[in-house]
Design a protein around this ligand. Structure first.
Ligand SMILES: Cc1cc2nc3c(=O)[nH]c(=O)nc-3n(C[C@H](O)[C@H](O)[C@H](O)COP(=O)(O)OP(=O)(O)OC[C@H]3O[C@@H](n4cnc5c(N)ncnc54)[C@H](O)[C@@H]3O)c2cc1C
Length: 382
């Protein structure tokens, strides 16, 4: 399989991509099957990525970020997800979790907490969803009431990626009345009294990434951990998701690329009817369509990322990228299983894992129906 041809903006970006590729193939590939089988979260891998400077790539250098354009950061995510989605998505969620503090925190808050977050010493989580409010996130009901120098928080945040593993949680909580304007964002430490993770969900795929409910019973979060103003939480959550959706897009392209590589390698080895199966036109056309879809998906997320890097509005384009890239990943991984025939359906090859991984990307950070809502609104209510 020829390597992916990339156009990167600087020699530094080229070096970063080489590093990400080396880490993916050298450090992640030997571990992925065992960790997925045992549903073990690879905390040490995140330490390695932090030391390599890959956990704060798109953030300011002032607080220890990598000061890289989003288009570079996203291609790093793609390389990691090509081998192990739980790690690529984990880096994406960590990066998303640093956004509220970076974009809305005071200088004092940033000085206190951001360097350890961007340096990867601390791992992050983003808690918007609840059992009763997923797509309708503004209907969330976890309450935070000011009491002296603290907020007292009661409720439960559902589906938290890194739940039980994270060192800090961005909690979207209700401090005011109903709807989006009553929501605030608190940056809670994992050792907050009254904050307790449930056991991880038992998932279809991405099992080494732990997803858990975070229970909050009279949890006392110091009031100086409020990010932005009271009532600004929904805006903070949504602007974090614009960038997050580009992260999911890049993860999806990584998964699709991994499945394509697996399919091409198999098709050039496997022989039936006295020839390589890759030499049947029926199969080589399937591979050609898969490769074309992967390239188109990559081009779409990169074009949205370049808008963001240029300081232009990019929300609808991020939604389009998320929709297209994750649907592409679903199609390409399904076709990869087909290329491997029966061997695609068993765990001896990674094709079935890629298929299970792709599915979740159509759901997280706004389902693909919700992406269509966002895109449709941008067309009819600009
Ligand atoms: C593995 C995993 C990790 C996750 N990680 C996180 C995390 O770290 N933080 C976090 O906050 N959340 C996380 N989530 C939650 C995820 O974002 C939600 O599952 C998602 O937003 C959908 O919400 P829901 O599951 O409640 O589905 P619902 O909102 O109940 O949707 C059910 C169905 O109805 C459709 N639907 C809903 N509204 C509309 C509409 N207006 N128009 C058309 N169709 C609609 C949906 O598309 C879907 O098909 C995670 C979920 C999973 C599975």
């Amino acid at each position: 399989m020829p390597p992916v041809v990339r156009s990167l903006p600087s020699p530094e970006a080229e070096a970063l991509l080489d590093l990400a590729r080396e880490l993916a193939d050298g450090e992640l590939r030997p571990r992925v099957d065992d960790a997925e089988a045992k549903a073990e979260f690879p905390r040490e891998v995140f330490r390695t990525l932090g030391k390599a400077g890959l956990l704060g790539l798109p953030y300011d250098e002032t607080y220890g970020g990598g000061a890289q354009p989003y288009e570079v950061y996203l291609q790093v995510l793609e390389e990691l997800s090509r081998v192990w989605l739980a790690v690529g998505l984990g880096v994406s969620v960590h990066t998303l979790s640093c956004f509220p503090l970076s974009a809305f925190g005071s200088d004092e808050q940033k000085t206190r907490w951001l360097p350890e977050m961007l340096g990867g010493e601390l791992l992050g989580a983003y808690c918007l969803s609840e059992s009763g409010s997923g797509s309708d996130a503004a209907a969330l009901s976890t309450k935070a009431v000011r009491s002296g120098d603290d907020y007292v928080v009661d409720g439960a945040k559902a589906w938290v990626t890194h739940g039980g593993q994270a060192d800090f949680y961005n909690l979207m909580v209700r401090t005011g009345g109903t709807g989006a304007k009553g929501i605030s964002c608190l940056l809670a430490a994992s050792d907050t009294p009254g904050l307790q993770p449930h056991p991880p969900e038992r998932k279809m795929g991405m099992r080494s990434s732990h997803t858990a409910t975070i229970q909050l019973d009279d949890a006392r979060v110091p009031a100086d951990r409020l990010l932005g103003e009271e009532g600004q939480g929904f805006r903070i959550a949504m602007s974090a998701l614009d960038g997050g959706r580009l992260g999911i897009s890049a993860c999806a392209v990584g998964v699709a690329q991994g499945a394509l590589d697996t399919a091409v390698a198999y098709a050039t080895e496997r022989r039936q009817f006295g020839q390589r199966i890759a030499d049947f036109q029926g199969l080589s056309f399937l591979l050609a369509d898969m490769a074309t879809q992967v390239e188109a998906a990559r081009a779409l997320y990169l074009s949205a990322a370049r808008l963001r890097d240029a300081g232009r509005p990019f929300g609808p384009q991020a939604a389009m990228a998320k929709l297209f890239c994750t649907d592409t990943a679903m199609r390409v991984t399904t076709d990869a299983v087909q290329v491997l025939g029966g061997y695609g359906y068993v765990e001896d090859f990674p094709a079935e894992r890629y298929l299970r991984e792709a599915k979740v990307l159509q759901i997280v950070e706004g389902t693909n129906q919700v992406q269509r809502v966002v895109i449709g609104r941008s067309l009819t209510r600009p």
